[in-house]
Ligand binder design. Structure first.
Ligand SMILES: NC(=O)c1ccc[n+]([C@@H]2O[C@H](COP(=O)([O-])OP(=O)(O)OC[C@H]3O[C@@H](n4cnc5c(N)ncnc54)[C@H](O)[C@@H]3O)[C@@H](O)[C@H]2O)c1
Length: 423
């Protein structure tokens, strides 16, 4: 029996051992899902202590040792793909992982890369490494790329009723060859209802870029309109509600405090970088990034101007920030506009406290700060409240009633007119 046939049978009978490398937002959910579906599972992470606490299932074997790769039939890489300071792709996590685990790879295994990256990554960083080991991809080793679309809301226990889970979100899969794709398709059908087969690795890699570029550009569009319409005294939200009644050819996006997370501010610049290397200027990506950063500064300037103009006496020079997660109902603070606003205010000599039902503490300039519980007495201490993240768990009635001045970046408070500013 050849390697492909052996693996096919193992996957079909759920006898294959699935090893997920990188147990962050994406990897931990994948590992749990494969385990739930009856596969033997191994989880590998270099920061094992940090990730361990989110697993209470004893059946999942967790380790920081790459040698366990040799026990796996399927290896899924869910490693970070951040940007360097100069906005260029940082693929060092994939590089260093491949170089550490290479010696434990063996014939008959399937590797799937799930990290978001520019087209050509799977070929350059995975396929080339496998070839160096003298594997014959499609014959004695198998390779697929399957971009992740996981909703970050999955991580938050309170959001039980989320619409899209791993299971009902169609999953794209591309193979190094048809044989590889067939195995990838079989594998992922165990954790999702729909696997969309991509004809090429590059198309699948690019599709992930496009999904995030689409969001970044549309968010930038409504944010730019918000800044302009504010200047000429037109309510952007009313305008967007009206436009949104068109039943075709229009997709709604809401303006906000900027963008955050590990995807939208980052992934588009992977493609931007590639285009630049090929002497092509992807203007939308760059402009969208600039606008989505500009709106965060614009909001901060509005707050600072107001404090100065109205000669607001801040107690301990602090404002109250509501929400430091980058979007609602999640606990992820990466690239969060709430924290960017906090840093910008701090530079202007204004400090902050924060409240976030999903983020208990943050590290701010090396100092640990804890989330405050919202109550009537708390609002007395902060003349200025800045609402950055529209979590479901916030008590908006209380906020609306007790906050002295509100700067609402999400158009969430509907019953206040006095001392209320939509920004
Ligand atoms: N977070 C999301 O919602 C989301 C959604 C879709 C796609 N993605 C993409 O998925 C990938 C993973 O994202 P994430 O949010 O899970 O990242 P993350 O930072 O939350 O987790 C990555 C994990 O990998 C571990 N790690 C780093 N180097 C390692 C190595 N050499 N060996 C083993 N473990 C290592 C880290 O310790 C960390 O626990 C990224 O490419 C991201 O763009 C993320």
């Amino acid at each position: 029996m050849n390697y492909q046939e052996k693996l096919r049978i193992k996957i079909r009978k759920k006898k294959s051992v699935v090893c997920v490398v990188g147990l962050g937002y994406v990897g931990s959910e994948l590992l749990k899902k494969f385990n739930k579906e009856g596969f033997k599972t191994i989880g590998i992470d270099i920061s094992l202590r940090k990730v361990k606490k989110q697993f209470n299932n004893k059946k999942i074997f967790l380790t920081d040792k790459y040698k366990y790769i040799s026990h796996a039939d399927v290896i899924i890489l869910a490693l970070p793909t951040p940007l360097k300071n100069n906005l260029e792709p940082d693929l060092s996590f994939i590089e260093s992982c491949m170089s550490s685990m290479k010696k434990f790879l063996k014939k008959g295994q399937l590797i799937s890369l799930e990290s978001s990256s520019y087209p050509g990554t799977t070929e350059k960083y995975i396929a080339n490494e496998l070839k160096e080991k003298n594997f014959q991809i499609s014959k004695d080793f198998f390779l697929v790329y399957s971009p992740e679309r996981i909703s970050p809301e999955l991580k938050v226990k309170s959001s039980k009723k989320i619409k899209y889970s791993l299971f009902n979100t169609p999953k794209i899969c591309a193979g190094y060859s048809n044989k590889c794709l067939e195995l990838g398709n079989m594998l992922y059908k165990n954790i999702t209802t729909t696997v969309i087969k991509s004809k090429s690795l590059k198309a699948a890699e690019t599709s992930k870029m496009v999904e995030n570029i689409f969001r970044s550009v549309n968010i930038a569009l409504v944010n730019e309109l918000k800044m302009f319409l504010n200047k000429i005294d037109i309510d952007i939200d009313e305008v967007l509600d009206l436009a949104g009644t068109k039943p075709f050819g229009y997709t709604s996006f809401s303006p906000g405090p900027g963008f955050g997370g590990h995807c939208i501010p980052i992934d588009p610049f992977y493609l931007y970088w590639l285009a630049k290397k090929k002497n092509f200027d992807l203007k939308f990506i760059k402009t969208a990034g600039e606008i989505n950063r500009k709106v965060t500064s614009w909001i901060t300037k509005k707050i600072l101007k107001f404090i100065k103009k109205k000669k607001i006496k801040l107690i301990k020079k602090k404002v109250l920030i509501l929400g430091v997660a980058y979007k609602k109902n999640i606990d992820d603070i990466r690239e969060s506009p709430g924290l960017i606003i906090a840093h910008k205010l701090k530079k202007a000599g204004i400090d902050f406290d924060f409240s976030d039902p999903h983020v208990k503490k943050i590290n701010f300039n090396g100092e640990t700060r804890y989330s405050k519980n919202l109550n009537k007495a708390l609002f007395k201490r902060y003349p200025i409240t800045v609402l950055v993240t529209d979590h479901k768990m916030f008590d908006y009635k209380l906020i609306s009633k007790e906050a002295r001045y509100i700067f609402d970046t999400r158009n969430i408070i509907k019953d206040r007119k006095k001392d209320y500013f939509k920004v």
